[in-house]
Design a protein around this ligand. Sequence first.
Ligand SMILES: Cc1cc2nc3c(=O)[nH]c(=O)nc-3n(C[C@H](O)[C@H](O)[C@H](O)COP(=O)(O)OP(=O)(O)OC[C@H]3O[C@@H](n4cnc5c(N)ncnc54)[C@H](O)[C@@H]3O)c2cc1C
Length: 381
Amino acid sequence: MDFAIPAEIAEELDKFKAFIKTDIIPDLPNWCQKGALPRTLFEKMGKQGWYGWTSENGNLVRKSALKESLLAEALARLSPGVAIAVLAHIDLGLMGLGLFGSKELQQTYGIPAVAGEAIMCLGNTENIAGSDVAGIGMTAEKVDGGWKLNGTKAYVTNGLIADWGIITAVSDPGAERKKRLSMYLVDLNADGIKRKKLNKQVWIPSDLTRLSFKDVFVADDHLLGRRGRGLHQVLEIFTNSRVPIAALTLGSAVGAFDLAVKHMQQRKIFGKHILDFQAKAYELSDFYAKMEAARLTLYKACWLVDRGVDFRGASSLAKYLSVEVAREVTLWAADIFGAASVIQEHPIHKFPMDVWGSALGEGTQDVQKLIIFREVMKKYN
Ligand SMILES: Cc1cc2nc3c(=O)[nH]c(=O)nc-3n(C[C@H](O)[C@H](O)[C@H](O)COP(=O)(O)OP(=O)(O)OC[C@H]3O[C@@H](n4cnc5c(N)ncnc54)[C@H](O)[C@@H]3O)c2cc1C
């Protein structure tokens, strides 16, 4: 097994880290204050080809999961809130289009989205159903030439700024539970759509938005994949997006860990640096070991994705472990800063909050455990 990062990916990662320094760090406080990301950031990243997708002969093709995860980790070390906005665009929005869009849709909508000229999101969760994806209530009624959508998507990352959304709705209410939903590519500037930005404390400066649909017309050719396969399709998107969100979560842990270690080297208490207290040095080793375990699980998931091997269990394992580890590490790191950590503007403050977001997005820890359990039991049956 080769643990070396391929040279081409390492080079790209260095370029991306330089971009973070020049194009993100200086503006981040301003974005956080506004609670919104500028479109120019998406455009700049698209120009550099950093969205993990490329277009070949008009089709969207996914690049390396390992590369995407390394970039997500690097960005989340600084700002999980910026990283999630990028991931919602690439791994929820573009993923839906890439996996289930026709060649025409991929050509028309995918290419501008890969270039960062258009922003995407995915709306599935409703007030009545999140984990229970099949339980959503939004309706898609068949009309002449298309569909009429009615309902509300309760929590949509990028919902405020996105041009196009991947939206699930009940197209076949009379069908069995697994075949009731379909998936649509929706122009979010269409008549009948209202956006309401929600006031949240995690993943700042990304937006979390409620999208309401009243008699929104979606043309027939904007149905993604197959009618009645919406549940299966959205679960497949989540299986894929759990890998980069695990990377984002690991990045949140590493970002907090880095800050804590620097502080432990500098801050003196009772005449000694914090790091000179052996109890604290042991904690550091303990958390480093856990982060390494999460990293290896993540890299294995990337390895499976990049080889086209079944990664259902691996992506849930990666997400589950990264969240468990990041929860512990970020709270520990915040504690190292004492009272300063509770001040909202302090750089450490966001990390435990952001891991709270990670624990919910793309399936809670309970949902990951259900999937892991199912995968484990396959070995025993
Ligand atoms: C910051 C943020 C961004 C988000 N962005 C998006 C987005 O872009 N698009 C989108 O569609 N959604 C988004 N979501 C929603 C997210 O996907 C849901 O919150 C998540 O799936 C959980 O659904 P829920 O909130 O309805 O909780 P519920 O499903 O009601 O779960 C409540 C509790 O029950 C537990 N539970 C659920 N099922 C089981 C079970 N079978 N066994 C045991 N325990 C169980 C859960 O683990 C949880 O603890 C976002 C959420 C947050 C917080």
